[in-house]
Design a protein around this ligand. Structure first.
Ligand code: NAD
Length: 292
């Protein structure tokens, strides 16, 4: 049985996921480079560890929720990482969005030490994390997935084993290109509607009732209408994901014209110093183009 869960990365998503694991009755051992994030988790019932290695040594399994591929590589394969300090049940679950190719490299390095590495990226945003309602897509060994499923059930509602190592990340990248292009479509409709004098709240309500409704329009639409640029899911993280999408597509010679365009628009936002904004704030790029 799994009782002690190590959790590394207590940011926008991880803080809520850690809180839900505590609430589900697991004994949580947490680490983050930001001590204030660790202190907040301790107030919610977690125990603090002072290093990645200490997390590994005290846990049955470990979960990570970090920004990018090199972060995951370093906490797993680094000098004082989890490969040298494996959890008792020898399973590491990475829930960040990172490169599928890197996942396969990490997984095979760990397999040589009889450690399972599952890629289990998520969709649903901070709201989904807070409500334990994430969609979780898992790649890696099926038997390891079966052993840790009870843990994922404390974090999400739609949990699917989608294939071999890396398949979870590949599916997540497909998810991200849909999200990016969807936000772009909403920005275009809002730009046209605003210039035409339509009430954007009315527009949104009507679209939500018809075939153009979407999660993005539902959850992010109100903020886009109010010109709220707060993150959420940062533009910098969206660009990290779109770059991974493009790398995957280029390797497979799959043209993705719409993804290429929205990537350029997010780069435009970052070029204007807006990388820390939420990804819904692609509307600032449209505002500039239309001088609205
Ligand atoms: P975040 O930047 O808010 O949180 C990352 C946390 O990791 C921070 O607290 C940071 O201090 C910590 N960290 C960084 N390097 C570390 C290290 N070496 N050791 C320990 N801690 C370290 O990011 P987030 O928004 O929570 O996203 C995390 C991952 O989940 C990303 O890959 C992102 O793409 C993905 N994701 C995010 C969302 C979202 O809506 N924010 C949704 C789905 C997936």
């Amino acid at each position: 049985d799994i009782h002690k869960i190590g959790f590394i990365g207590l940011g926008t998503m991880g803080q809520h996921m850690a809180a839900n694991l505590c609430r589900a009755g697991f004994d949580l051992i947490v680490y983050d480079v930001r001590t204030e994030a660790v202190q907040a988790a301790v107030r919610q019932g977690a125990r603090a560890a002072d290093s990645v290695g200490a997390v590994g040594r005290q846990s049955d399994i470990v979960i990570s929720m970090l920004p990018n591929t090199p972060d995951v590589e370093s906490i797993v394969l680094g000098e004082r990482g989890l490969a040298h300090n494996p959890p008792a049940q020898r399973v590491i679950i990475d829930m960040s969005t990172i490169s599928p190719a890197a996942v396969r490299t990490v997984a095979s390095a760990l397999a040589a030490q009889d450690i399972d590495f599952l890629d289990a990226p998520v969709s649903g945003g901070p709201v989904g994390a807070e409500n334990a309602a994430l969609t979780i897509m898992v790649g890696g060994a099926r038997d390891a997935f079966d052993r840790i499923l009870t843990v994922l059930r404390a974090l999400g509602t739609t949990i699917t084993h989608v294939g071999e190592s890396g398949a979870g990340q590949t599916l997540k990248l497909c998810n991200q290109l849909v999200c990016g292009i969807n936000i772009q479509a909403i920005c275009e409709a809002f730009a046209l509607a605003r210039a035409s004098g339509l009430d954007l709240n009315v527009l949104r309500d009507v679209l939500m009732g018809g075939s153009a409704g979407s999660w993005m329009l539902d959850k992010l639409g109100p903020g886009m209408i109010a010109r709220d640029t707060r993150a959420g899911f940062r533009i910098d993280l969206m660009l990290k994901d779109l770059k991974l999408v493009q790398e995957l597509a280029f390797g497979l010679s799959v043209p993705l014209p719409a993804t290429s365009l929205v990537t350029s628009q997010y780069l435009d936002a970052r070029g204007h110093g807006e990388g820390g904004n939420g990804n819904q704030a692609l509307f600032t790029v449209y505002d500039r183009m239309a001088n609205q």
